[in-house]
Write a protein that binds this ligand. Structure first.
Ligand code: HEM
Length: 142
């Protein structure tokens, strides 16, 4: 009988750290992700660490983020950012490119596709993109 493995068992902690690092490097350089990149601080190193800790727990490993920050709720830390369908899709694009770049199997990508969409869509707090994402002349948009 085939045993079903969690993404954590497939990738391991190191694999998830590599995925997270690739994810932010892609966000940092991909023109299509410029909108979400601009929402983040200049230094992405702290985010690489936080997202890795989060995903290690989310993918079935030890709950590092929950232990450190006391919650796994992601709506609250994102509520001050404008996250519409475009921002959600930019985030997901970076994650799918990171999975491909780090050599994730087709099986793993299929396993993660829907849960990743669900968590990203749950974080979405607007119906549409921010004005900043569509109009380069707007300096600040809520
Ligand atoms: C849907 C599109 C998303 C956008 C646009 C977005 C954007 C952001 C931004 C701007 C920050 C703050 C970064 C900073 O302080 O420099 C952040 C923090 C964070 N995001 Fe996202 N995010 C998205 C989805 C997700 C998803 C799906 C996850 C988890 C699977 C996630 C996990 C995190 C974590 C763990 C933090 C750190 C929270 C803390 O301060 O403890 N994000 N995100």
């Amino acid at each position: 009988m085939q045993t079903i493995q969690t993404p954590f068992q497939i990738l391991g902690e190191q694999g998830i750290r590599e995925l997270t690092s690739a994810f932010y490097d892609i966000m940092d350089s991909l023109p299509e992700a410029a909108g979400v990149r601009a929402m983040h601080a200049a230094d992405l190193a702290p985010m690489k660490e936080k997202l890795a800790e989060y995903l290690i727990g989310w993918m079935g490993g030890p709950p590092l983020y929950a232990q450190k920050y006391g919650s796994v709720c992601m709506t609250e830390p994102h509520e001050h950012y404008h996250i519409g369908p475009e921002e959600r899709d930019q985030w997901l694009l970076c994650m799918h490119k990171a999975l491909a770049q780090t050599g994730a199997s087709e099986e793993l990508v299929d396993m993660l596709r829907q849960p990743l969409f669900r968590i990203a869509d749950a974080i979405r707090n607007r119906e549409g993109p921010s004005a900043a994402a569509t109009d380069a002349n707007i300096i600040a948009a809520g």
